[in-house]
Design a protein around this ligand. Structure first.
Ligand SMILES: O=C(O)C(=O)C[C@@H](O)[C@H](O)C(=O)O
Ligand SMILES: [Mg+2]
Ligand SMILES: [Mg+2]
Length: 389
C-alpha cells in the first residue's frame, strides 16, 4: 500500500458560547482505494500566527506521496524535521504532525480491518472518565452562568468538572462555594487549571485560598517551562500536580526536576498518537501518572484520543476531551458518544478510528483559510466569546 494523495479541508466550528475554532480535516488516500482521516484541531490558539493551508498541503504531499503508511516511525521522523518541536505549549507544528499521524493510524488499521486501539497495543478500557470544563471567570456575574452550566451538564450525566482559575479569585471562590452549596457530593471538581498565568508562588497562595473547597489536583501552577518552580510548588502542596506535555525535552526536564505527579498528554500538543504513546511510556517508566488532555477537538480528534486512552496502562486520572459536547456541530456521521460522564471508545467492529466524514456538515462549516481576524487576548486565554473588558 502506498500513499497516493492528500487533502486538507478547513472547518470553522462555533462553540456553544459563540467562540469559533478552526480545525483542519486531513484525508490521506492510498493506492488500494482506502482513505485515512485525521484532524489538526483548534488553530485558535495564537490566532495571529496563521498558516497557509495551500502551502501546507504542498509540503505534506512532498513528504508523504509514494510512501508506505505503515512506515509511521520514518514518516514521523521526516515530519518532525519539517515541523519541529519548540518549547511552547501551543506550537502549531505539533498540530500538523498530529493530524497526519492520526490519518496514518486510521489508514493502516483500516487496511488490517482492526480498530486503532487494537493497532496500537489493544484495549485496557472501553470507556474513559472525562470532566466538563468551566472556563475562566473574569467577572462576578459569570458565576451564575457557570453554575447553570454545571446544573445542565449534571442532568446529562457529567458529574465531574474542571475549573480554569487565577484571574478573579473572588469569582473562583464564589463559584466553588456555589457548587458546594447547590450540588454537594453529587459534583466532583477534578482540577483547578492555572494555565501558566501565575508564577508558582502566586499559584500556591491562590491554591491555599481555594483549598477550603474540594478538588482533586492542580494543573499548570507555574509559568511555562519553569520546571523548578513546579517542583517548589509540588513540594509545598498536598495536591497532585499535573502539567501538559508539549515537547520531549520539556517532559524530560519535568522528570529530572521531579516537577509533577501527572502528565497531561494530548496528541495535539505533542504531535500525534505515536508521540503521545512515547510520552505516556516515559511517564510510566518515571513512575508517574497520565491523563488525556484536550484542545477541544471535533469527533475525529476525540476518537483518536479515545483509542489512545483505551490502550494506556497508566491512565489513572480523569481525562479532559469533551470537544464534541462544546461545539454546535460536528463533521462525522457518527459522533463520539458520552455516557454518564465517560467517553466511549469506538467499538472493535469499526475499523480505524471508527469515524465516517459527513460531507453535508463539512460543506456547511468549511472556510478557505486559517486566517483569524480580530480576537482579543482574553478571548484567547479564556475561550469565550465574551468581549467585555
Ligand atoms: O487544559 C487546558 O489547558 C486546555 O483545555 C486548553 C484549552 O484552552 C483548550 O485548548 C480550549 O481550546 O478550550
Ligand atoms: Mg490545562
Ligand atoms: Mg484549544
Amino acid at each position: 500500500m502506498k500513499i497516493s494523495d492528500l487533502r486538507l479541508t478547513v472547518i470553522a466550528m462555533p462553540r456553544n458560547t459563540g467562540f469559533v475554532c478552526k480545525h483542519v480535516i486531513v484525508e490521506i488516500d492510498a493506492d488500494n482505494g482506502l482513505t485515512g482521516i485525521g484532524e489538526m484541531s483548534d488553530f485558535s490558539h495564537l490566532p495571529h500566527y496563521s498558516l497557509d493551508i495551500q502551502d501546507m498541503a504542498v509540503v505534506l504531499k512532498s513528504i508523504l506521496l509514494g510512501q508506505s503508511p505503515f512506515d509511521i516511525s520514518l514518516l514521523n521522523k521526516e515530519l518532525l524535521s519539517n515541523f519541529p518541536e519548540t518549547m511552547f505549549y501551543y506550537e502549531k507544528g505539533n498540530f500538523i504532525r498530529n493530524g497526519i499521524d492520526a490519518a496514518l493510524h486510521d489508514l493502516c488499521a483500516k487496511s488490517l480491518g482492526i480498530s486503532v486501539a487494537e493497532f496500537i497495543g489493544g484495549r485496557i478500557k472501553e470507556k474513559i472518565k472525562v470532566c466538563y470544563p468551566i472556563f475562566r471567570h473574569r467577572f462576578m456575574d459569570e458565576v451564575e452562568e457557570n453554575l447553570a452550566i454545571v446544573r445542565e451538564r449534571l442532568s446529562k450525566g457529567f458529574d465531574t468538572f474542571r475549573l480554569y482559575v487565577g484571574k478573579n479569585l473572588d469569582a473562583d471562590e464564589a463559584f466553588l462555594d456555589g457548587v458546594k452549596k447547590e450540588f454537594g457530593s453529587k459534583v466532583t471538581i477534578k482540577s483547578l487549571d492555572f494555565s501558566h498565568l501565575l508564577d508558582w508562588k502566586s499559584a500556591l497562595k491562590a491554591t491555599k485560598r481555594l483549598s477550603q473547597y474540594d478538588f482533586q489536583m492542580v494543573e499548570s501552577p507555574a509559568v511555562q517551562n519553569d520546571f523548578e518552580g513546579l517542583h517548589h510548588y509540588r513540594m509545598n502542596t498536598e495536591y497532585p500536580v499535573s502539567e501538559h506535555v508539549w515537547s520531549f525535552r520539556q517532559q524530560s526536564e519535568m522528570i529530572k526536576h521531579d516537577s509533577i505527579d501527572i502528565f497531561n498528554i494530548s496528541p495535539i500538543f505533542i504531535g500525534g498518537i505515536t508521540a503521545a504513546r512515547k510520552a505516556a511510556a516515559a511517564a510510566e517508566v518515571a513512575g508517574k501518572s497520565c491523563l488525556i488532555g484536550t484542545t477541544q477537538e471535533l469527533s475525529v480528534g476525540t476518537a483518536a484520543m479515545a483509542h489512545l486512552g483505551s490502550s494506556l496502562v497508566n491512565l489513572n486520572y480523569t481525562s479532559d476531551p469533551t470537544g464534541p459536547e462544546l461545539y454546535i456541530g460536528d463533521i462525522v456521521k457518527n459522533p463520539v458518544q458520552y455516557e454518564n460522564g465517560y467517553l466511549l471508545v469506538p467499538g472493535r467492529e469499526l475499523p480505524g478510528l471508527g469515524m465516517e466524514l459527513d460531507w453535508d456538515q463539512i460543506n456547511k462549516y468549511r472556510v478557505d483559510d486559517l486566517s483569524w481576524g480580530n480576537v482579543s487576548v482574553h478571548q484567547l486565554q479564556d475561550r469565550t466569546s465574551q468581549t467585555k473588558k
